[in-house]
Design a protein around this ligand. Structure first.
Ligand code: ATP
Ligand code: MG
Length: 230
């Protein structure tokens, strides 16, 4: 029951298309050692989000396997999968409820101390404290409105608290109300420590902190190197 993933992710001979004859990933193989941070970049429609969706099992490949620690994702118990692999999307989804509830989404038994520690770790504590009711602020109530950048920090805190072996992050494109580049970079560095991460990166500062950068085009990797060499 208490299976803990190491975070080794592998795509082997994966084929995937959303419909009929149009292959998005015609023949995809990639080995991501446990603990590695990968930045995925490439043109729109290259298949980056599709890869992310295969790792989080929104979809299964039509051929080949995606595995975690050598086990086909299809053989993993959904509960183990959800605990091991967490995806943070561009929309940084918040549900109706308090800020604390939103951070504790993946770990409902978390104490307020743990919730606050997670928020502090990713630099979200200050703005949360400044909300009308702090951690008890209802995110949908008047005065409880949080900006897109603040939603992203809350979703980082949520992921930090959930503490998955593998983190998939579809990074938000920079917008006006985003926290500073520096703040995001610091938050990411804390969030990515000691886990495997696949980040669809839109910021140069994110690419810079990756161990490895993959450039995708038409469902294939056309470059695979360190940020330094690219
Ligand atoms: P972007 O940088 O714009 O986010 P991406 O690299 O993430 O692009 P994907 O979203 O993986 O690209 O899309 C790859 C291809 O799959 C595109 O041609 C897209 O139109 C198609 N596609 C994506 N989602 C679906 C879907 N749910 N149904 C059908 N086709 C889809
Ligand atoms: Mg995408």
């Amino acid at each position: 029951d208490l299976w803990t993933s190491k975070g080794h992710v592998e795509f082997r001979d994966v084929e995937f298309g959303y419909s009929g004859d149009r292959m998005i990933l015609p023949d995809f193989s990639l080995d991501i050692p446990a603990g590695q941070t990968i930045a995925l970049v490439g043109t729109t429609g290259a298949g980056k989000s599709t890869l992310a969706k295969l790792v989080s099992r929104f979809y299964d490949p039509s051929a080949g396997t995606v595995s975690l620690d050598g086990v086909d994702l299809r053989s993993l118990h959904p509960k183990d999968l959800r605990r091991a692999i967490v995806m943070v999307t561009q929309e940084a989804y918040l549900f109706s409820g308090t800020v604390a509830d939103n951070i504790a989404l993946g770990k409902p038994e978390a104490t307020l101390d743990e919730i606050e520690a997670a928020a502090r770790a990713v630099g979200a504590h200050e703005f949360i404290e400044a909300l009308p009711d702090g951690y008890s602020t209802d995110v949908n109530k008047r005065g409880g409105r949080v900006s897109a950048g603040q939603r992203q920090l809350i979703s980082f805190a949520r992921a930090f608290l959930a503490d998955p072996a593998v983190l998939i992050l579809d990074e938000a494109t920079a917008s006006l109300d985003m926290p500073s580049e520096r703040q995001i970079q610091d938050a990411l560095q804390t969030l990515l420590a000691d886990r495997t991460a696949l980040i669809i990166a839109h910021r140069l500062s994110t690419v810079a902190i990756a161990d490895r950068v993959l450039v995708m085009e038409h469902g294939r990797i056309i470059e695979d190197d360190t940020p330094h060499n690219l």
